[in-house]
Write a protein that binds this ligand. Structure first.
Ligand code: FAD
Length: 420
């Protein structure tokens, strides 16, 4: 089976497993791959509500193998992204998955952005990366059309086909005996009061029992955690990221990846220009509140999703603090002219005629009740379950490391449960 092929259901009629994983995105599948590789013989089922894998964040991202320059030294993101970048490149090489180490430029387009650029450079050095501060002449050798007063060059950044990566994780896990239930939505979870009991998972296609549950439900991870009796400290708020793409005749304006200096208050990296693995060039994503957790179009509204966000004290606090930034994002979402202006700051030659709308993605971003966006990855162990409560970018890059970390926790829990 090649990485690009669809994977079908594997259902041997079994109802009781050592481990049930909710979510057929890159994190759930990396976990299935890691546990079946490191603990052969563990019975594993992957439960995915869609009819195919990688239908949400994993299949709708920028496709960047991040280097780890942005993240707070010592954080899970910083450690797992740096290691994950290397393991992702090895994994793509080993399994013949399309990827390219094209490097990236982070550009300061005005003098006022230089302190922010310097901070990023310093952080890159602190995170142990090979980064260099370059002048406009050097930047133009890489990107002849870019506007900049100075730039940070990050040669270790790349691009990959993450859908193929996710499918390959699934294929490897299935080869090791894991089962896959596509089109199967988890509707209710009854967790044991203490570790060692059995978790009952109700789905639209019958019940499943498991000694341990791993919740990698992305945009629904907080709800799944709550359903399993946990009390997640943060709620998922969906931020839609809209993209345009350059028309084929204008792709030559971008050779690699061009990023702005990001706003340090937000976990998002700012609208950037990204060469994709299929040769197209994507521009985006912005970050607007989605009116539905899976609302990929501006007009998609889910009243219960929306009510939940609007009733949340954390959202009120976030909105009060950042209403002006939020309003700018909404304006840029509604006006192609505004979006193109952001792109012109990076590459002035881009015009409105050069870009056409492309598919949007939605980030599952955990928000605390005090209005703070959770910056780091958040993985929480509860009796009978491990919940991935915040796995935003660079979780695709770091997926092998995240999967391995969860698999190690699960192995310990399963050993204890089986011994008990
Ligand atoms: C716009 C955008 C750009 C990004 N760019 C990058 C990038 O360039 N590089 C990078 O490293 N990362 C990037 N990311 C982040 C990366 O894509 C995500 O961190 C990663 O895909 C998260 O994977 P996941 O498995 O946790 O979630 P998902 O891929 O969302 O998977 C969760 C799965 O759970 C399933 N599910 C949910 N509820 C249920 C239920 N009740 N029953 C059964 N199944 C259920 C869903 O259907 C879904 O398939 C980006 C993300 C976005 C949105």
């Amino acid at each position: 089976m090649s990485p690009g092929e669809n994977l079908d259901n594997v259902d041997r009629g079994r109802r009781r497993f050592d481990l049930a994983i909710i979510g057929g995105g890159i994190v759930g599948l990396a976990t299935a791959h890691a546990i079946t590789r490191d603990r052969p013989g563990t019975s594993v089922v992957i439960i995915e509500k869609e009819s195919d894998l990688a239908a949400h964040q994993t299949g709708r991202n920028s496709g960047v193998i991040h280097s780890g320059i942005y993240y707070k030294p010592g954080s899970l993101k910083a450690q797992m992204c740096k290691q994950g970048r290397d393991s992702m490149v090895d994994f793509c090489r080993t399994h013949d998955i399309a990827h390219e180490l094209c490097g990236k430029l982070i550009v300061a387009t005005k003098e006022s952005e230089l302190p922010g650029l310097q901070k990023l450079y310093d952080r890159g050095v602190e995170n142990g990366l090979d980064v260099s501060m370059i002048d406009p002449g050097q930047a133009h050798e890489i990107e002849p059309h870019v506007a900049c007063v100075k730039a940070v060059l990050v040669p270790s950044t790349g691009i990959a086909d993450y859908v193929a990566v996710a499918r390959t994780y699934a294929r490897l896990a299935l080869q090791q005996g894991a089962e896959l239930r596509l089109g199967t939505q988890v509707t209710k979870i009854t967790a044991p009061a203490t570790s060692g009991g059995v978790t009952r998972i109700e789905t639209n296609r019958g019940d499943i029992e498991a000694t341990w549950l791993v919740n990698c439900a992305g945009l629904h991870s907080d709800r799944m955690a709550k359903a399993a009796g946990a009390d997640p400290t943060a709620k998922i708020v969906p931020f839609r990221g809209e993209y345009y793409e350059l028309t084929p005749g204008r792709r030559h304006l971008v050779n690699t990846l061009i990023y702005p200096v990001p706003n340090p208050d937000f976990p998002f990296l700012g609208v950037h220009l990204t060469k994709m693995i299929d040769g197209s060039v994507h521009a985006g994503p912005n970050a607007v509140l989605a009116l539905a957790r899976e609302g990929y179009h501006k007009t998609d509204v889910n009243l219960s999703d929306l009510k939940e966000v609007l009733a949340y004290s954390g959202f009120h606090k976030l909105a009060r603090k950042y209403w002006a930034d939020g309003a700018k994002e909404v304006l840029r979402s509604l006006s192609k002219r505004q979006f193109v202006r952001s792109l012109q700051e990076l590459v002035p030659e881009i015009t409105a005629e050069d870009v056409v709308p492309s598919e949007a993605g939605i980030r599952a971003q955990a928000l605390l009740a005090d209005g703070a966006l959770v910056d780091d990855f958040l993985i929480d162990d509860q009796p009978g379950a491990t919940h991935v409560l915040n796995a935003p970018s660079p979780a695709a890059t770091a997926s092998l490391e995240i999967g391995q970390e969860i698999a190690a926790r699960v192995a310990t829990q399963l050993s204890a449960a089986l011994a008990g």
